[in-house]
Design a protein around this ligand. Structure first.
Ligand SMILES: Cc1cc2nc3c(=O)[nH]c(=O)nc-3n(C[C@H](O)[C@H](O)[C@H](O)COP(=O)(O)OP(=O)(O)OC[C@H]3O[C@@H](n4cnc5c(N)ncnc54)[C@H](O)[C@@H]3O)c2cc1C
Length: 429
């Protein structure tokens, strides 16, 4: 195999549209390694993250000659685990980091997942890890338990990953499955009750409160929507709006639910309490969903407190990790923006599961989006490997003239004005 100089790859990179499937991670295209270090250092200096690149790297680390793993996976929830298994199925090596901060860490049972309905999330994760360990020991590797990735640096053809135990590895691709956190009201009792009677997803937990008392807490327009989503499960619903309704609240509700006042109050007979919650108090020490009972204390009105079995809330979310800041990923609100193949604004770095802006946050989506990223990563790596292998034949056919080969590629790119798919086909792929 004839090795091409890195300048050749830079040339290729510049020739190819960024949307191409030949994914060489973005940006680090400075002329030499030292420039590269200072460029990245400059970028990171302004970040509000702890990771300081100069504490961890030396200039020699910027162009590794071999890769420790095909893929580094950050996150050990359903998304990260799905990525690990799927990569192993096509004999791609991966290392998985898990800081053990799961969104459903307090949840008692997982629901609405085929074959797993009613399973304890911890047991689900453990069973998946065991199966991967047993079936794919040569491909799926785990960083020490509870290891946090603190920095990821894009290199010319891959990434370097740094963890909080002082470890560093290189990988050709990164899959971030780092999840999100629910930002709960800063009121006594909410944090303890979350996942144990206080929930956000009707499909996940709603069924436990079938024909039981339910409070729906949130701004009027979204609370009405939530109430409608659980009304088939129970009609014993009280909406709590978090304070007196303003004209804006009512207008927003009217715009979304025309005639809401008549339908919600009179037809469905759902009381609307214009109060704020001051405290959520569990009234039983038993922990099964069938035992759930809470007193929801309000800042006024009657009855007070409200007694309920479940409470459906609608709260904002935030990223669990700060890696998106360190990497300066393009965001869509609080979610990381991804393309259809789950790739972020950095080529070769995928974001899957709850953390991305794909619009769903559940176990199915976590697994499906990971699968999609793995397919894209595997195909792109295979293409890159193919192109790495091509020069021997091409250059030999061209009498060993590397420039000739390069010009052919260049001409091809300009002629077709298309992405690397065309080049791949033209080269016999
Ligand atoms: C109360 C509740 C109940 C739910 N019930 C259900 C249900 O019944 N059915 C369902 O389908 N969905 C349910 N969900 C949603 C489900 O939990 C999520 O959709 C799912 O966990 C998302 O998977 P994920 O892998 O993207 O993220 P997570 O499961 O949150 O995993 C994120 C992973 O990333 C790791 N991580 C983060 N940052 C770093 C870092 N810097 N370094 C290393 N590791 C890092 C974390 O430690 C963790 O391992 C529920 C959610 C909540 C809150």
């Amino acid at each position: 195999m004839v090795y091409l100089k890195s300048s050749f790859w830079r040339f290729c990179l510049l020739c190819l549209p960024l949307s191409s499937a030949l994914i060489i991670p973005q940006s680090v295209l400075a002329e030499d390694a030292e420039d590269t270090v200072s460029d990245v250092t400059r970028q990171l200096e302004t970040n509000e993250v702890e990771f300081n690149i100069t504490d961890y790297t030396s200039p020699g680390e910027w162009e590794p000659t071999a890769w420790d793993y095909d893929v580094a996976i950050v996150g050990g929830g359903p998304a990260g685990l799905a990525a690990s298994m799927s990569l192993a199925r096509v004999a791609r090596t991966s290392i998985l980091y898990d800081s053990q901060e799961y969104r459903n860490g307090q949840t008692r049972y997982m629901h609405d997942v085929l074959g797993q309905d009613g399973e304890v999330p911890l047991k689900f994760r453990a069973a998946v890890r065991k199966q991967i360990d047993e079936l794919y020991p040569d491909y799926s590797f785990w960083a020490t338990r509870k290891t946090k990735v603190i920095g990821i640096i894009p290199l010319e053809k891959g990434f370097r990953v740094y963890d909080d135990k002082g470890g560093t590895v290189t990988a050709k691709r990164v899959i971030m499955a780092t999840g999100i956190k629910d930002v709960l009201p800063n009121k006594p009792g909410f944090a303890e009750a979350f996942g144990r009677g206080v929930f956000w997803c009707p499909w996940c937990d709603g069924h436990d409160y079938k024909d039981r008392k339910m409070v729906v807490y949130g701004k009027l327009a979204s609370a009405i929507g939530s109430a409608l989503n659980v009304r088939k499960l129970t009609t014993d619903i009280t909406i709590v709006t978090g304070g007196p309704l303003t004209k804006e609240d009512k207008d927003a509700a009217e715009a979304r639910w025309p005639g809401w006042e008549t339908v919600i109050k009179n037809t469905y007979k759902i009381p609307i309490r214009e109060n704020e919650i001051t405290k959520v108090e569990r009234t039983t020490t038993k922990m099964e969903p069938k035992d759930d009972e809470y007193r929801v204390h309000l800042n006024g009105g009657s009855p007070n407190p409200i007694v309920t079995n479940g409470m459906l809330i609608s709260v904002p979310t935030t990223q669990t990790s700060s890696l998106h800041k360190q990497l300066r990923l393009e965001m869509d609100g609080s979610s990381v923006k991804v393309k259809k193949n789950m790739e972020s604004s950095i080529n070769g770095l995928y974001v899957v599961g709850d953390a991305n802006n794909d619009g769903s946050t559940n176990a199915y989506h976590a697994m499906w989006s990971a699968k999609r990223a793995v397919v894209s990563a595997h195909v792109s790596m295979s293409k890159q490997e193919y192109l790495d292998a091509v020069p021997t034949a091409m250059v030999a056919a061209a009498g060993g003239d590397e420039d000739f080969y390069r010009l052919q590629i260049q001409d091809l790119e300009f002629q077709v004005g298309d992405d690397v798919e065309q080049m791949f086909k033209a080269l016999g792929g």
